[in-house]
Design a protein around this ligand. Structure first.
Ligand code: TEU
Ligand code: CA
Length: 542
C-alpha cells in the first residue's frame, strides 16, 4: 500500500474574498482566515486550499494575476501571509495554493511588455496571431466567458489568445523562458514552506502550433481539440515535476476539465511523475444542456452513479481520485444534488456528505458546505458579481437565445456566485462575515444557517462532517478499501461497498425525499453501524 499524507487527508477550500473580513471593507482577507484557523482545526480538516490571493485587478476574482509574488491589496500583505502560514503549521494544518499559470492578467508585467512591440523580449510569452483579415480574428474559437477567444491589440495590429476573459491572456508554454519563470516562481513559494498546489485549468497549457477553426458550437467554434490535453502537456508537467514538485513534500491536484479516466492515469498515475491527483468534471457536467450549464435540468441518479463508479473502478490501484460536489465554480451541493427545502436540507446535506466521504479518494469540503449552506435567492442581474454569469446573461439574452426571465432562473440555480456569498459565521449583521458592506449579498438564510448555531447543536450538519472526518482517521477501510457498486439500476438509492482484507463497509444513500425499502445483504446484518444521518445505531434483519 502506497501511503501518503494526501491520501489520508481531507481538504477544505477557502474562497478568501468570501470567508472572513477582518477590517470592515466588505472583502474577506488573510487576517480573517488566520482568525478562523481554530474553527478549521476543530472541524478536523488537514489541508486548506486557498483560491488565489495574489495581486490582481480582479476581473475574475483573482484568477487574473498581475504579480505571482505579491498579495492582492484587499487581502493584506506578505507579512499577513507568512503569519497565516505559520499559524496554520502550528496547528498541524497545511496550506496549498492555487496556481494559475495558463494565463496571467493583462496587467502582468510580462503582458504589458509583450504587447509593446513585435520584438519585445516578452512578445513570445503570449500567443499572438494575425487576423484572417482586418476585421476577422485568426479563427472562430469562442472564449469560456463569451465572445471570441481573440482580442485585437492596436499597438502591433495583431490578436492575442484568451480562452477566458480578454483580461486573461494565455501564456505560451512552448517558450522555455515562460516555463523557467513559472518554475522559479513555484520554487519561491515552495521555499516559503507552502504545502502544495491546486493547478488551475492545467490541462489547457499546451496548445497546437496550428490553430484552425474549431467545430462550430453555435456560432463560435470549440477550441478544445487544439487546447485541451494538448501535444506537450505531459512533457511540461514532467518537467515541472522534475524541476520543482519532486524536490518538496507537497501535494498537487490538477484542474483538468475534459479529463477521462484514461487521461487521468497519465496525469496522476502512481508512477507517472506528474501530479498526485486531478479534478474530473463528468459528474458536474451531467445536468448541462444546449447552452452548457444554463438550464434547469437536474442530475439523474443512475447517471451520477455510473460516472462515480467509472472513476472509482477506473483508477483503482493506478491513480487516486479527488472527491468533490462543490467548489467556487459550482452551485451549492445540497441545492443541486439534493433537496434544500427546510424539512430536508440537514438530513440531505448529511446524506451527500456520507456518499462522498465514503468513496475512495481525497474528499474536498468547500467553505460553508459543512454547514449545509444552500444557493442564494438572487433576484435581478444586478445581484451578480461573477464575470461568467454577467457575460452569459448579456450574450444569451442579447442574442435572443434564452428569455431574460428564464436566464435569471438558470442563474439562480447555476451561477458560480451561489458559492461565493459570504461564509455564515453567526446570526449577527452580515452573518458575522464583515462589519462593512459585503462585496456580494449575504444569503438571507444566515439567521437560520450559521456556524455558531451549528457548533452549539450536536446534531448539526457541522458535527456530522466533523464525525465523518474523524472516522476517516480511525478506519483504514475508508481510505484504502476497494469500491463496488450495488443496485446499479435503482433510481433512488446509491448503495456501494468498500472492502479491505476481511473487512467490509456498506454505504446506503437515499437520494429521494420519500422512504425507500432496502434489504441489507446478509453478510452485513451482524455488523456495527459506523455512522448515519438518521442516528440509527443497530442493523436489524427484516
Ligand atoms: O475554471 C476553469 C473552468 O473550466 C471554468 O471556466 C469552469 O468551466 C466554469 O467556471 C464553470 O462554470 C478555473 C477556475 O476554477 C475559475 O474560477 C476561473 O474562472 C477559470 O479557471 C479561469 O482562471
Ligand atoms: Ca477586508
Amino acid at each position: 500500500m502506497n501511503q501518503t499524507w494526501w491520501k489520508e487527508a481531507v481538504i477544505y477550500q477557502i474562497y478568501p474574498r468570501s470567508f472572513m473580513d477582518s477590517n470592515g471593507d466588505g472583502i474577506g482577507d488573510i487576517k480573517g482566515i488566520t482568525s478562523r484557523l481554530d474553527y478549521l482545526k476543530y472541524l478536523g480538516v488537514d489541508v486548506i486550499w486557498l483560491s488565489p490571493i495574489y495581486k490582481s485587478p480582479n476581473d475574475d476574482n483573482g484568477y487574473d494575476i498581475s504579480d505571482y509574488q505579491a498579495i492582492m491589496d484587499e487581502f493584506g500583505t506578505m507579512e499577513d501571509f507568512d503569519e497565516m502560514l505559520s499559524q496554520a503549521h502550528k496547528r498541524g494544518l497545511r496550506i496549498i495554493m492555487d496556481l494559475v499559470v495558463n494565463h496571467t492578467s493583462d496587467e502582468h508585467k510580462w503582458f504589458m511588455e509583450s504587447r509593446k512591440s513585435k520584438d519585445n523580449e516578452y512578445r513570445d510569452y503570449y500567443i499572438w496571431r494575425d487576423g484572417k483579415d482586418a476585421e476577422t480574428p485568426p479563427n472562430n474559437w469562442g472564449s469560456c466567458f463569451g465572445g471570441s477567444a481573440w482580442q485585437y491589440d492596436e499597438t502591433t495590429g495583431m490578436y492575442y489568445l484568451h480562452l477566458f476573459s480578454k483580461k486573461q491572456p494565455d501564456l505560451n508554454w512552448d517558450n522555455p523562458n515562460v516555463r523557467k519563470d513559472v518554475f522559479d516562481m513555484m520554487t519561491w513559494w515552495c521555499d516559503k514552506g507552502i504545502d502544495g498546489f491546486r493547478m488551475d485549468v492545467i490541462s489547457m497549457i499546451s496548445k497546437t502550433k496550428e490553430m484552425p477553426d474549431g467545430p462550430a458550437a453555435d456560432f463560435y467554434g470549440d477550441y478544445s481539440p487544439y487546447c485541451v490535453h494538448g501535444p506537450n502537456i505531459h512533457k511540461y508537467l514532467r518537467e515541472m515535476n522534475e524541476k520543482v514538485l519532486s524536490k518538496y513534500d507537497i501535494m498537487t491536484v490538477g484542474e483538468t476539465s475534459g479529463v477521462t479516466t484514461e487521461l487521468a492515469k497519465q496525469y496522476a498515475g502512481e508512477n507517472a511523475g506528474e501530479l498526485n491527483m486531478v479534478f474530473q468534471f463528468e459528474h458536474v457536467d451531467l445536468d448541462g444542456g444546449k447552452y452548457g450549464k444554463w438550464t434547469d435540468r437536474r442530475v439523474n441518479l443512475r447517471e451520477f452513479k455510473q460516472v462515480m463508479t467509472s472513476w472509482q473502478t477506473g483508477l483503482e490501484g493506478k491513480a487516486w481520485n479527488s472527491l468533490f460536489l462543490g467548489n467556487h465554480d459550482q452551485p451549492r451541493s445540497v441545492s443541486r444534488f439534493g433537496n434544500d427545502a427546510p424539512e430536508y436540507r440537514e438530513i440531505c446535506a448529511k446524506m451527500l456528505a456520507t456518499c462522498l466521504h465514503m468513496l475512495k479518494g481525497t474528499p474536498y469540503v468547500y467553505q460553508g458546505e459543512e454547514l449545509g449552506m444552500k444557493n442564494c435567492p438572487f433576484s435581478g442581474i444586478e445581484d451578480y458579481r461573477d464575470i461568467e454569469s454577467i457575460n452569459a446573461f448579456r450574450t444569451l439574452t442579447g442574442e435572443g437565445k434564452i428569455a431574460p426571465e428564464d436566464m435569471l432562473r438558470y442563474l439562480a440555480l447555476r451561477s458560480r456566485d451561489n458559492a461565493r456569498t459570504p461564509m455564515q459565521w453567526d446570526d449577527s449583521v452580515n452573518a458575522g462575515f464583515s462589519s462593512g458592506t459585503p462585496w456580494i449579498m449575504v444569503n438571507p438564510d444566515y439567521t437560520e444557517i450559521n456556524a455558531a448555531r451549528e457548533l452549539a447543536d450536536p446534531d448539526s450538519v457541522f458535527h456530522y462532517y466533523r464525525q465523518l472526518i474523524a472516522l476517516r482517521k480511525q478506519e483504514k477501510i475508508i481510505v484504502h478499501g476497494v469500491y463496488e457498486l450495488l443496485e446499479p439500476d435503482s433510481e433512488s438509492l446509491y448503495v456501494y461497498t468498500r472492502t479491505l482484507g476481511e473487512e467490509k463497509l456498506l454505504v446506503i444513500c437515499n437520494f429521494t425525499a420519500g422512504e425507500e425499502e432496502y434489504r441489507i445483504p446478509r453478510e452485513f446484518v451482524s455488523g456495527s453501524v459506523l455512522t448515519g444521518n438518521y442516528g440509527r445505531t443497530t442493523v436489524e434483519e427484516t
